[in-house]
Design a protein around this ligand. Structure first.
Ligand code: DQA
Length: 150
């Protein structure tokens, strides 16, 4: 059975394409998902791609992913900057987590400079728009290869 990577997306990312395209790009989340399917297929892994506007649902998915997948890529949206619950859910798990953002949050408002995800993530990818999703899948595969989990 192919290794599975969970790609979890937080609040307002369902609006990609319409939402502040100057910051987040013109691609919809569905477009990004299609590219992720193609890239993961080429790399021989499968992905579980999800989006929720609800913090508790994201907590549930992190807990499930820890049981069902080899790694988690998470763009937690605004919960990145507020959620101790997401921090704790990641901390409680054991699979590697890559934090992902379309924009470079450090080049934006001060309130986006703090991340509750970064201290519990293996690494962070930000500022590359939708292309960051591909980078994150590749980075996760390299990480899993290096730990013999792939
Ligand atoms: C984001 C950055 C967050 O600050 C913001 O709240 C988002 C999207 C990004 O992908 O750049 O919703 O996570």
């Amino acid at each position: 059975m192919a290794t599975t990577i969970h790609i979890l997306n937080g609040p307002n990312l369902n609006l990609l394409g319409q939402r502040e395209p100057g910051i987040y790009g013109a691609e919809s989340l569905e477009d990004i998902q299609k590219t992720c399917d193609t890239v993961s297929g080429k790399l021989g892994v499968s992905i579980e791609f999800r989006q929720s506007n609800h913090e508790g649902e994201l907590v549930d998915w992190i807990q499930q992913a820890d049981q069902a997948s080899a790694g988690i890529i998470i763009n937690a949206g605004a919960f990145t900057h507020t959620s101790i619950a997401l921090h704790d859910a990641i901390r409680a798990g054991s699979v590697p987590v890559i934090e992902l953002h379309l924009s470079n949050t450090h080049a934006r408002e001060d309130f986006r400079h703090k991340s509750y995800i970064s201290p519990v993530a293996q690494g962070v990818i930000m500022g590359f728009g939708g292309y960051g999703y591909q980078l994150a899948i590749r980075a996760m595969c390299t990480l899993l290869e290096s730990t013999d989990s792939l």
